[in-house]
Design a protein. Structure first.
Length: 219
């Protein structure tokens, strides 16, 4: 019989060693570390210990991610609380931005709205945005994270746009509306702060909440 046939036979007859315990006496298996022969039971114990250690590491990693997600969720709640407490509609954009930057320790940020009501046309956050950024915001199906490759939004956040090496951009819309009425941007001089491979689930929630809060400013 070939090795494959033996392995297949044992997998099809898992009770073989129960019926033939004497066969275990002649089984010699090398230890994975020192090469000395050990019993089948000891080898199985070693394999189980390795699997348990691997599972413990995975569990530790899952717990760490869970704690990080809980911390992010708490920050989002505090940010949303600040929005709800703001009674002056004109102060909603700066409150939204300042609290968001504070909660998540982001050094640069900007929010820009277009198509706002006439009463807010003179606000800093209602200054005209370029056609390209307006089209980009409406085309975005999810937040963008990545390097600054000359985005107009970088110029909103810093006098020298080159200071922004990575950024996150969230379109502002209401519910399932396809057209965005604004853009929320966060920036960092750290090229790795906002990476194109990072998850955007929390950023999506922030964008949804921001859009709902700022929708009242539209014309």
């Amino acid at each position: 019989m070939t090795h494959q046939e033996v392995a297949q036979f044992l997998s099809q007859h898992p009770d073989f060693f129960d019926q033939h315990p004497e066969a275990l006496l002649n089984v010699a298996i090398p230890h994975p570390q020192d090469g000395h022969a050990v019993s089948l039971v000891e080898r199985q114990s070693t394999i189980l210990r390795e699997r348990i250690r691997s599972l413990e590491l995975r569990l530790t990693e899952m717990l760490r991610h869970g704690e990080e997600n809980d911390a992010i969720a708490d920050r989002i709640v505090q940010w949303a609380r600040a929005l709800l407490a703001q009674t002056d509609p004109a102060q909603l954009p700066p409150t939204l931005l300042d609290e968001l930057m504070r909660q998540f320790s982001v050094p640069f940020g900007a929010v820009r709205l277009w198509g706002v009501a006439a009463a807010y046309a003179g606000e800093d956050w209602a200054r005209p945005a370029g056609d390209d950024i307006v089209r980009l915001a409406s085309s975005m199906q999810a937040p963008f994270c990545g390097s600054n490759v000359g985005f107009e939004a970088a110029g909103w956040m810093a006098t020298d746009p080159a200071t922004i090496r990575s950024l996150a951009m969230m379109p502002l819309r209401v519910g399932g509306d396809s057209k965005a009425f604004g853009l929320l941007a966060l920036g960092s001089p750290d090229a790795d702060r906002f990476q194109i491979t990072m998850g955007t689930a929390f950023l999506s929630r922030i964008g949804e909440l921001a859009g709902a809060a700022l929708a009242r400013l539209r014309a």
